[in-house]
Ligand binder design. Structure first.
Ligand SMILES: [Fe+2]
Length: 505
């Protein structure tokens, strides 16, 4: 695991000299000092130097006496000048970022081959660990077998027979491809298959020539029902929001002001606000430029840098004691191919130092509770492919993502996939909380003990959305207690802020 202090500076796009790092580690308040150094370096310098640390601490500062392994282990509450609270400083640990930089000289075709090989290897490893796939065989040997057995494959083609409307699947593993038949109305295979997902299949093999094997059962990688769940033993709360779309004419500035007032303890529940340690924003931080036809008609700020500067102003209104984690979405100024990188330095530098920018998707722990944040572009492919799925109920699709252990399996649709050699869209590790945005609605649900959130939007309905029949549910936020993952739903869309349903996960 990467040193969290180095990771903290990297997340703010800063490089730290070795001497400076030792001095920071030895300082009484390493995290506070790091924040000050990031502010000091500002946008001018990507470096944090020994001289900068000395200017804040004085040259007699201790060096290298203590190496915290996690930010939340950095002592602070026990120091005399610290507030007399039982809770430690907000803890953050990056567990996995999907994005990895692509080498410049890669052949894209080979790269996609490597990406799918990695996906298959990772998900078939999970499936092999499950009971329920007895007598596993490679697909290449299926034609020489007879009777009940199991295979694991990536779904490469799905078609329906013209007469009896059975489903014919072409599945592939690293030994080859094979066709299998799913009888229409099969009681054991109800969920529709999706292209490029990895599934385990129980089949009845027939050795006779021209006879196709029949699928009798399906097993998806899924999340294990018994696993370690993470909770805090002190009152720590996280506010989840998404899709701010700063720069849009439809950005809901007044509602945002009510959210800020709430976090400052000026809303209906000051005690709850006091316990907020983190805010997570699940992408579409700004509205962007040229994202859809005639978008300029919907924009209040036409310059992308100005949009991020305004985002910085809005985020500076949040009390600086609260750590903000922000991932990009399809409207942000990074590559749209997923996994997406974090905001580049020149844009991240306009944000306050309390904001940590990560790639999309990202998995991290907040005070020990594991969160996966994914913007949700894959809804655009998965919702049309799954009968009954809709933008009004994105959490249903999130359940399927967890069952597949993959956020965006389908290649060649609306979600561009980056040709990385490792599949950064796998869901691994399994989170305690899974948050998405993109649908501009609000949803809370749970799946096998995982809290599912679709975190609303701060953009009122636009003309473009009206045309596409999208009805947003804006200005909602989920306030989650990390002690038990129970939550309050806050509605900032009216002058009178309401704490809506309290839902236990
Ligand atoms: Fe959005």
């Amino acid at each position: 695991m990467q040193d969290p202090l180095i990771g903290y500076f990297q997340s703010h796009r800063k490089l730290v000299e070795g001497d400076a790092l030792d001095m920071i580690r030895g300082a009484p308040q390493p995290l506070d000092l790091s924040r000050k150094l990031i502010e000091m370096a500002g946008t001018d310098s990507p470096f944090v130097t020994r001289a900068m640390v000395e200017s804040l601490l004085g040259p007699e500062a201790p060096t290298g006496v203590r190496v915290p392994t996690r930010l939340d282990q950095i002592p602070g509450a026990a120091r005399p000048e610290a507030a007399p609270v039982a809770a430690p400083p907000p803890g953050f640990e990056l567990l996995r970022e999907g994005f990895e930089p692509l080498p410049a000289d890669r052949d894209p075709l080979q790269a996609y081959g490597a990406l799918f090989a990695h996906r298959f290897a990772a998900l078939s490893r999970i499936l092999r660990g499950r009971s329920g796939l007895p007598d596993l065989h490679p697909t290449s040997s299926l034609r020489t077998q007879e009777g009940e057995l199991s295979i694991i494959g990536m779904v490469r083609e799905i078609r329906t027979t013209s007469e009896k409307h059975h489903t014919i699947l072409t599945v592939e593993d690293d030994t080859g491809t094979v066709e299998v038949l799913v009888p229409k109305g099969s009681p054991t295979v109800r969920e529709p298959f999706l292209l490029d997902e990895v599934v385990g299949l129980r089949v009845r093999a027939a050795r006779e020539r021209n006879r196709i094997s029949i699928v009798t059962g399906v097993l998806r990688p899924d999340v294990p029902t018994t696993r370690e769940m993470h909770r805090t033993d002190f009152d720590a709360r996280v506010l989840f929001v998404s899709d701010l779309h700063v720069g849009s004419r439809s950005f809901m500035g007044e509602a945002w002001g009510r959210l800020v007032d709430f976090l400052k303890g000026q809303g209906p529940d000051p005690a709850a606000a006091e316990a907020v340690r983190h805010v997570v924003i699940a992408g579409d931080l700004v509205d962007g430029i040229g994202i859809y036809p005639h978008q300029e008609d919907d924009l209040a700020i036409l310059d992308i840098f100005e949009q991020y500067a305004e985002l910085g102003r809005r985020l500076r209104e949040i009390p600086s004691r609260i750590q903000v984690v922000a991932i990009p979405g399809n409207h942000d100024a990074v590559s749209p191919a997923e996994p997406q990188p974090a905001l580049p330095l020149e844009l991240a530098a306009t944000l306050p130092s309390s904001v940590r920018v990560l790639g999309n998707p990202a998995t991290f722990s907040l005070d020990g509770v594991v969160v996966t944040a994914y913007h949700g572009r894959a809804f655009d492919d998965l919702i049309p492919a799954l009968p009954g799925a809709s933008y009004a109920r994105p959490t249903d699709v999130m359940k399927r993502m967890l069952a597949m252990r993959h956020l965006a399996p389908m290649y060649g649709g609306k979600t561009p996939l980056s040709p990385q050699s490792r599949d950064g869209l796998l869901i691994d590790p399994v989170p305690d909380i899974f948050v998405t945005g993109h649908a501009h609605t609000f949803g809370v649900d749970q799946y096998k003990g995982i809290l599912l959130l679709n975190a609303s939007t701060w953009q009122a309905e636009t003309e473009y959305q009206r045309m596409r029949n999208i009805s947003p549910v804006p200005a909602r936020a989920a306030l989650v207690r990390l002690t038990d993952l129970s939550l309050e739903v806050l509605d900032f869309s009216r002058a009178e802020v309401r704490a809506a349903d309290e839902v236990a996960a």
